[in-house]
Design a protein around this ligand. Sequence first.
Ligand code: RP5
Length: 303
Amino acid sequence: MLFQKLSIKKMKQQQKHPKYPERCLDKPVYFTHEIVCQNINVWADPFWNDMTDEEKSKVISKVSSENKKSLIFENKDLGRDSTYNGPINPKGKTGIVGRGLLGRYGPNYAADPIVTRFNKEGILEMVAIQRSDTGQWAIPGGMVEKGDTVSETLRKEFNEEALGNTLGTGDAEYVNGVHDCSKIKSKEDSDYINKIKTLKNEIDKLFSNGTTVYAGFVDDPRNTDWAWMETVAVHFHIKDDSPIHDIELRAATDATSAKWYKIKTRSDLDSLYASHALFVTRAIENGLLIDKRFYDIWTKLAY
Ligand code: RP5
């Protein structure tokens, strides 16, 4: 096992989120976004005081339970917050209490597919999307929805955010970046959908052969003292002779753009969303076991 522990030192400082109030460490600000309130019992937990004791203990026992299976996550007894007696952020104070934009108390689980290739010029690239909330480039990850597994989420998010949502169930739904199957598709859209559908088996093959490079806490700008992101990041490398080596990317759902993102210098990684620089660094480390060209980029990026 190459990767043992998350080093907190490699985490970024808490970043600002455009929809969040100013954080105050001495006197934390209460903030639960109205979108969370509107989605109680849909994708958000009920308010803490409205939960039964049984529901509360389920939330408490959920803390990092998925990650107990992971060899990487440093599992701790997290304790409870003294003000509401619920789960408390394991990485310390954030200056905000409440759930912010996150639906669940405690860990909110995500999955991040890191898909890489060497382009025709031999430059390392990864599939990245531009997030509609902060405008930053990011791995096309997403929340693990109730009933879904991590591996289902990895495929689902990749398809939704980077392949124009063409491989969903039923008809392909991509229309000019908008997730709406009622709209009429252009010839160009239909051609794209058909092309991606012919590559489905190869995409499935790629996703059946990934390496988990990180599991645990994410330094996400939406984190609060009461709610935070945890993820499983999995690396998938596309070989030069793969039929999907030149696959065209298209954004849909939450992403405003999708592209093959070049990784040449440290700053290409450092501007990525949340802790994604760390996850991609881990993927590059993993690449050392796959292809010796990763070595060049690794030596340039090492901290
Ligand atoms: C990050 O938020 C994770 O690493 C993942 O990329 C993402 C999931 O949240 P959404 O993209 O669904 O908002 O913490």
